[in-house]
Design a protein around this ligand. Structure first.
Ligand code: AMP
Ligand code: ZN
Length: 463
């Protein structure tokens, strides 16, 4: 076993824990992936960034990771209507559910690329993992951890797993029957906290498969257990996901995986905190769901989103705002320009010692926020030579991945456009918002996006 220099907050152990590599080769990471019935919003992407930051940090020490992330394209039921999310979307759009899945899966990969998120080793799809799920369910039935209910569906027997609740603190004895943490229409369960591993098809005709228990479809939780046991060779050094997945998803996953194998299958459970937007939870009904495409449409670099995430610790809630995104966009542009000004890097003892102290922040529970603060200080510090600044920024950009060596294209605007910009800034300064909005729209029609921040007006040319 190799102990890496990285410590992270382990949700189950409730303390900072050193991350260890059990097979002496690569750190085995499992990260719960997207349900591909819609685009990932910026909150989802914050959670998906966590695995990338961990991999990039460990790479500074030459540690290799293997990351598996599932694509949920069947079995994830909506909490309110208890419908499969893919089938519900398919009914609304009148498009085949698998077509919807492939479309949003492609968007997911595109979003990851726009945020420079390292690809996983493999992205297994739930719909293509039915056999391994059925094998695992059969094993759980043989071991008396699961049973076939009167309705023909297969359920996990929660009481057969006494340590249920260690991750979230939700012990079986304290869970209330009827509490809406699992599908409430499961009348054939023996105990209220049991959950479905395989559901009989009933009236459902799409996305169903034959099984030893009749035609049906898998539950959501069994997918992750089957995939991590299969694709990570039976053991996980680090399991990631958003904080909302602690319960019931991760409790159920842990119960299934541990019960089937008779051992603690995941060494560390680490959760990313949620993101709010302009002070509110993002939701379709509130109309405040923000996508990467919305950020690009405002003329901002999608990596500005990455910097906003990095400027917070993964386990603190973020309240993201458009102002913060604009400020991050400006910071990235400034850093790119500075790096060009500073010129080539040079390895020096002074530079190495700065880099070591920044690395220490990263390895201490992913202190990206501390590194960002330090980088701003180093940027302004007149006593540090330019080639050292260049060395420090380039090394940290291996983790920050803000593409700081990208040469900002110098694009010119016409004299008329310059004058429009000046009139717009003046209108805004004199609080003539009607005129300032009108001028902003005129500029937008000419592919010039005007941005406002506390620092004043800036603009971006849409290529
Ligand atoms: P989903 O596609 O809904 O299954 O969610 C994918 C991932 O995004 C899960 O790990 C969730 O925990 C995470 N997630 C959902 N909402 C947020 C949010 N507002 N902020 C951060 N992560 C989130
Ligand atoms: Zn999962």
């Amino acid at each position: 076993m190799i102990t890496t220099a990285l410590t992270l907050f382990d949700t189950r152990l409730r303390k900072l824990s050193p991350i260890t590599i059990s097979n002496d080769q690569a750190l085995r990471i499992y990260s719960c992936g997207p349900t591909v019935y819609r685009d990932a919003h910026v909150g989802n992407l914050r959670t998906f960034l966590l695995g990338d930051l961990i991999q990039r940090t460990l790479a500074l020490d030459g540690v290799r990771c293997e990351l598996i992330q599932n694509i949920t394209d069947v079995g994830h039921m909506s909490e309110d209507l208890h419908e499969d999310k893919l089938l519900a979307e398919s009914a609304v759009k009148k498009i085949d559910p698998f077509e919807i899945a492939r479309e949003y899966e492609a968007h997911f990969h595109k979003d990851l690329a726009l945020l420079a998120i390292t690809s996983a080793t493999h992205y297994p799809r739930a719909s293509e993992s039915i056999e391994i799920m059925q094998d695992l369910i059969s094993r759980l039935i043989e071991q008396a951890h699961a049973y076939v209910g009167d309705d023909g569906s297969v359920y996990f027997d929660a009481q057969s797993f006494p340590s249920y609740g260690e991750i979230s603190g939700n012990r079986l004895s304290e869970l209330q029957p009827g509490h809406r943490y699992e599908y409430v229409d499961e009348g054939s369960k023996h105990f209220h906290a049991d959950w479905a591993l395989w559901k009989v098809a009933g009236d459902r005709t799409e996305m169903i498969w034959d099984s030893p228990w009749g035609p049906g479809f898998p539950g959501w939780h069994i997918e992750c257990s089957a995939m991590l046991l299969t694709h990570l060779d039976g053991y996980v050094d680090l399991h990631l996901g958003g904080i909302d997945l602690r319960f019931p998803h991760h409790e159920n996953e842990r119960a299934q995986s541990n019960a089937a194998t008779g051992r603690e299958i995941v060494a560390h459970w680490v959760h990313g905190e949620h993101l709010l937007f302009e002070g509110r939870k993002m939701s379709k009904s509130a109309g405040n769901v923000v996508l990467v495409s919305d950020i690009i449409a405002r003329g901002l670099d999608p990596l500005a989103l990455r910097l906003c995430f990095i400027e917070n610790r993964y386990r603190s809630q973020i309240d993201l705002t458009w102002d913060a995104l604009i400020a991050a966009d400006n910071t990235i542009k400034r850093w790119r320009m500075k790096l060009r000004e500073w010129g080539p890097s040079k390895s020096t003892e002074a530079g190495s010692s700065i880099i070591d102290s920044l690395k220490a922040h990263l390895f201490n529970d992913l202190g990206t926020v501390d590194v960002a603060v330090e980088l701003r200080r180093i940027e302004r510090d007149g006593s540090i030579a330019n080639e050292i600044k260049a060395e420090v920024f380039r090394t940290m950009d291996r983790v920050f991945a803000l593409d700081l060596d990208r040469a900002e294209k110098l694009r010119s605007i016409s004299a008329e456009q310059e004058s429009l910009l000046q009139r717009r800034a003046a209108a805004r300064a004199s609080k003539d918002f009607a005129l300032s909005d009108e001028l902003r729209d005129q500029l937008l029609a000419q592919k010039i996006v005007v941005k406002d921040s506390a620092a004043g007006q800036s603009y971006e040319i849409i290529p």
